[in-house]
Design a protein around this ligand. Structure first.
Ligand code: PDD
Length: 298
């Protein structure tokens, strides 16, 4: 089953795919992207991701080379060509190729790249055991709502986490409040209420975040969308993170100190299984627990 790439109008094997060394994505990080999880060959929440891609592109005045409907068709074709069942679909649009100059080129021919690769199977006991996370300063720009390919602060934060043996770096803005993870949204539970940073320029409006909040509301859980302090995070009963690729992951240690009783809590566990059920419902397959062992699941 080949890993597939689409570059500017052509499908090819990923290993064959090339863009110019003068592509502005390569030189300036001048582009936007989306990551979509595909289950059983079907992209999950593709419409939401394409909507966010349009908003990100508009946010940097980048004309998309195709409309959302056509991008969706190309994504589905890439998936079919790859034949990979459990995959991660990556879509990136940059401000194209031009001789290096910071200001936008006069005529822009955006570069569109789509890739399909197998999803990395998650350790099956991750939801049961939870993961350690660390905190780091949030050193990003103030348009974190734009899903830009310019990810250097996120990359450095994630590397710090990796070196600390943690799965994620939770970012603290100005030493004062928690924004999100290097590639996830962050939630803290205190006395049964779920707290998470509000949508706006300081976080990415996660697709998983909004689905999980909807599921929590449907379960009658109470939610506060407001910033909380690092002290609040340290004293939370539960902490969990969400993303397209990680889904819902309970965090059991922050900076080496246990969260609550040091085990995944009931809210994170309930939302992790509600999310799996939601994926199953939309994709049309039995819930994850029932198929575990029969198919790899990232
Ligand atoms: N990251 N916050 C940041 C900074 C992110 O990069 C991501 C996603 C999220 C979660 O968003 P969503 O639920 O829509 O995936 C939050 C993707 C997965 C990535 O860069 O690989």
């Amino acid at each position: 089953m080949p890993e597939i790439a689409y570059v500017d109008g052509e499908f090819m094997e990923l290993s064959e795919a090339r863009v110019s060394v003068e592509d502005r994505g390569f030189q300036f990080g001048d582009g936007v992207y989306e990551v979509v999880r595909c289950y059983r060959g079907t992209p999950f929440a593709l419409e939401e991701h394409l909507g966010r891609l349009e908003r990100s592109a508009a946010g940097i005045e980048l004309p998309l080379p195709e409309d959302a409907r056509r991008l969706g068709e190309l994504a589905v074709e890439a998936l079919h060509r790859s034949g990979i069942s459990e995959s991660v679909l990556y879509m990136q649009v940059t401000r194209g190729w031009a001789p290096r100059n910071h200001a936008f080129p006069e005529t822009v021919k955006p570069t569109l790249v789509i890739t399909v690769r197998p999803a990395k199977p998650a350790p099956p006991d991750r939801t049961v055991l939870g993961v350690p996370v660390i905190t780091v300063p949030d050193e990003r720009w103030l348009r974190c709502d734009i899903k830009s390919t310019d990810l250097l602060p996120n990359v450095i934060a994630k590397e710090k986490a990796r070196r600390a043996g943690a799965l994620e770096a939770i970012m603290i803005r100005d030493g004062a409040y928690v924004t999100e993870g290097a590639s996830t949204n962050v939630f803290a539970v205190k006395d049964g209420t779920i707290h998470t940073a509000p949508e706006g320029p300081r976080i990415l409006s996660g697709i998983t975040r909004s689905i999980v909040l909807r599921l929590a509301r449907e379960k009658g859980m109470s939610i506060v969308e407001d910033f909380f302090t690092p002290g609040f995070l340290a004293g939370a009963d539960e902490v969990f993170i969400t993303s397209t690729t990680l889904e819902v992951v309970p965090c059991v240690k922050v900076d080496g100190r246990p969260v609550g009783d040091g085990k995944p809590g009931p809210v994170a566990r309930a939302l992790a299984s509600a999310y799996s059920a939601e994926v199953a419902r939309r994709i049309g397959q039995p819930p994850q627990a029932e198929v575990r062992g029969l198919m790899p699941h990232g």
